[in-house]
Design a protein around this ligand. Structure first.
Ligand code: PLP
Length: 403
């Protein structure tokens, strides 16, 4: 008898979990298709449309017939725009061959793990962390090692905890500032201490700066690459246009770092996806060169929503919520609700609470568990203020039903 096709899948696939954020969004979509009015705050993308002038740059590229293969790691014009951006925003200088443009920051990250991780290498992941990192590390046969960042520290990484967890197998540290899901920004002082540990232990750093521009503090978000040249020489920065310019569907992300590593990434990409979409690359050139004019109005709106949502959560008994410094998520602590019951059925976990909110409040939020915290939930406020207001009202009403 033939084995079922499922059994023929490569064994590494058993490590892969479907994205919990996408799963919840799928359930919310299902309910919506049944005509049920669900407010979905589970996703991770701007609710704004891509600004028109950026779209027009793509239309122009199409009309000019810019529809063929391009250089694998990005067209020279886009690499030049990225190079200028690094210099303008962070004072960092990169040779175009030290930059690789890929199909989104997620793709950049996967390829970085692919060229750096040997079986059994440990990759340090401060948590709460974006759900895709552990799976990407596992798929590349690495061991994700979690460092808990405490809410009392504003979810910022504690350099002493980092030092304590190191072993001879530790190779890479992943930083994500501003962070998804907490919005925490790692301050310069901490980065300096982390930089010392990196140098003392010959670590490599992956600095995921995709939310760099969604920053509510008065200062630019500091990057570990700018702390000191020798730390910069061990850092690969990941960024992209998805979040800043509301261009999630265009799939343009990029990485910049040491030439040897970036050339290896270019080689992997040349055998897998080849160049990112030619038309989207032209749009990205326009977006990156446009400076602040398109994202500033969006940032002002995110800030307004953040302030409102944080205040509203803190008015609900059993929930407390710190104000995130960046990105477009809140990460309220729901420990005060766990152990309560609805219609005699106890709610013990963040997953069960997410289901309760979906079933009773008709609001979709993601449990914090897959991000590394079982006592938080993530809500995206990349949604209109009126829908957030309605959503928070529904949550408050549902919580009032708990016994
Ligand atoms: C922390 C983090 N890094 C990377 C990405 C991926 O971004 P992209 O759309 O460019 O692939 C996301 C998207 O949710 C993210 O939250």
């Amino acid at each position: 008898m033939k084995p079922p096709l499922q059994d023929l899948l490569a064994s590494r696939l058993s490590l892969l979990k479907p994205s919990p954020t996408l799963l919840l969004a799928a359930r919310a979509r299902e309910l919506k298709m049944q005509g049920i009015d669900v407010l979905d705050f589970s996703g991770g993308e701007p609710d704004f449309d891509t600004p028109d002038p950026i779209k027009h740059a793509a239309i122009q590229a199409l009309e000019e017939g810019f529809t063929k293969y391009t250089a694998v790691g990005g067209i020279p014009e886009l690499k030049e725009a990225i190079k200028e951006k690094f210099l303008r925003d962070q004072g960092l200088e990169f040779h175009p061959r030290s930059i690789v443009v890929s199909n989104g920051a997620k793709h950049s990250l996967f390829q970085i793990f692919q060229v750096l991780v040997n079986p059994g290498d440990q990759v340090l992941l401060p948590t709460p962390a974006w759900v895709s990192y552990p799976d990407q590390i596992l798929l590349n046969q690495g061991d994700p090692v979690f460092i808990n960042c405490r809410e009392e520290d504003g979810f910022r990484i504690d350099p002493d905890a980092l030092r304590e967890i190191l072993t001879p197998r530790t190779k890479i540290l992943v930083l994500n500032s501003p962070n998804n899901p907490t919005g925490a920004i790692i301050d310069k002082k901490r980065l300096e201490r982390i930089g010392e540990i990196v140098l003392q232990n010959n670590l490599l750093v992956i600095s995921d700066e995709i939310y760099e521009k969604i920053n509510y503090s008065n200062d630019p978000v500091p990057s570990i690459a700018t702390i000191d040249k020798s730390v910069g020489d061990r850092t690969i920065i990941v960024n992209g246009v998805s979040k800043t310019y509301a261009m999630t569907g265009w799939r343009i992300g990029y990485a910049a770092g040491p030439r040897e590593i970036m050339e290896a990434i270019d080689a992997v990409q040349s055998q897998t996806s080849s160049n990112p979409n030619s038309i989207a690359q032209k749009a990205a050139v326009f977006a990156i060169r446009s400076g602040e004019q398109y994202f500033e109005p969006m940032l002002a709106e995110y800030r307004r929503r953040r302030d409102w949502v944080v205040g509203a959560f803190n008015h609900i008994k059993g929930i407390r919520c710190i104000a995130p410094e960046g990105a477009f998520y809140v990460f309220p602590n729901i420990s005060g609700l766990l152990g309560h019951s609805y219609k005699g059925v106890p709610i013990q976990t963040a997953y069960e609470l997410a289901e309760f909110f979906l079933d009773v409040a008709r609001v979709a939020m993601v449990p914090g568990t897959p991000f590394g915290s079982p006592v938080h939930m993530r809500m995206s406020y990349a949604a209109s203020l009126s829908s957030l207001q309605e959503g928070l009202k529904r949550i408050a009403d549902a919580v009032s039903l708990l016994e």
